[in-house]
Design a protein around this ligand. Structure first.
Ligand SMILES: [Zn+2]
Length: 360
């Protein structure tokens, strides 16, 4: 299945820790230009719809933000203290390359630590807490550091984009730029052969910390159907099993359709049926409660919701691994699901129940 690796690369290499998503949203807006000017809100959410203006509204959402660090203090010697944005594990900091996104441009940094030979034996097995660590930008004192960085500057892993094998990509922020990729491609595919519904692509912000982007929009957009795309943990490596991860998820086996609290049961069945009809791979995972994705918030719109996982290894690390054909299959599935919803009808309950309210 042919994918668009340059789109995925642009999305993954754009820096966007929570609260600083603008460079990512710029990539999204640029790519969606053929369909018009994307709308947005002051929080940073971006959305655009294609298809007939009077059709039911199907929203496909992915989050633009990524985990990272934020500069909290610069000491007299010019070393930076940092705190986490989202779930970045402290053990991933020592010895790694980072980029501080300063006002004058990117600043290279490394995670500093004690020289290995003076780390006590019992401490070598564990990572120090983040407040015991620091970033080194090679500055000669505080004043020199402050020429290039400031308190509040966001920090990401040094961005690299590596193809491990053809179509198997290792890079930062695949969670959830892989979702943005599939969202954008779904819009492109749907626009080629639009059905009876409007398909809205939504790039949310603040997912990794508070889900606030989705929360702010859930009721405002008043969708009839919501599809949320986000990374899901693969169980296909020596480091994790299906038992530990509450279900089997394999790279290359297609989008992960969540069944249970994360999805409307009828919509879940429709998606599986569409995948079978279209010859698209898909896998199913049970979600007994919260999904820990934007779906938990967007569901508040009262619309039928489908949570779709993107098979991903090493989530929340500098090198998350995904397959381009899984992302492309996800896009095709979303476009086909939107068309099928249009053909079937009967999905407009949420919208009709609140007549008179205006959408943005
Ligand atoms: Zn995510």
């Amino acid at each position: 299945m042919q994918g668009h690796i340059e789109l995925l690369r642009d999305l993954c290499l754009a820096p966007g820790p929570t609260g600083f998503e603008a460079p990512v949203q710029e990539v999204v807006r640029r790519r969606l230009t053929p369909f018009g000017t994307a709308a947005g809100d002051p929080l940073g959410n971006v959305w655009l719809e294609v298809g007939p203006a009077d059709g039911a509204l199907v929203v496909v959402a992915a989050h633009a933000d990524q985990i990272g660090l934020i500069v909290t203090h610069v000491d007299e010697q010019g070393f930076l203290s940092v705190e986490r944005i989202g779930g970045l594990a402290p053990l991933l900091v020592p010895g790694r390359r980072f980029v501080v996104h300063g006002r004058k441009g990117p600043v290279a940094a490394v995670g500093g630590r004690k020289p290995s030979h003076i780390i006590p034996m019992e401490e070598r097995r564990t990572a120090p807490e983040l407040h015991e660590q620091f970033l080194d930008i090679g500055a000669d004192g505080r004043a020199a550091a402050l020429e290039r960085v400031a308190v509040g500057d966001p920090v990401t892993f040094a961005p690299e984009f590596v193809e491990l094998s053809p179509g198997v990509v290792a890079t930062q922020a695949l969670d959830d730029r892989g979702g943005l990729y599939a969202m954008i491609r779904a819009l492109e595919l749907y626009a080629e052969h639009p059905g009876a519904v409007r398909l809205m692509g939504l790039a949310t912000v603040h997912e990794e910390t508070t889900f606030m982007g989705a929360r702010a929009l859930a009721r405002r957009l008043r969708p009839d159907v919501v599809v949320v795309l986000d990374g899901d943990f693969c169980s296909d490596t020596p480091a994790a099993s299906a038992k530990e991860l509450a279900g089997e998820v394999k790279l290359g086996a297609g989008p992960v359709i969540s069944r249970g609290a994360g999805s409307n049961e009828r919509l879940c069945a429709l998606a599986r049926g569409v995948a079978a009809d279209e010859g698209l791979p898909c896998q199913v995972k049970a979600y007994p409660g919260e999904t820990s994705t934007d779906a938990d918030e967007l569901m508040a719109a009262g619309a039928a919701t489908l949570t779709v996982g993107l098979p991903m290894r090493y989530m929340h690390s500098p090198f998350e691994v995904a397959r381009l054909d899984d992302l492309e299959a996800t896009a095709r599935l979303v476009a086909a699901v939107a068309r099928r919803i249009g053909e079937e009808g009967g999905w407009t309950g949420a919208r009709r129940s609140r007549p008179g309210e205006e959408r943005p």
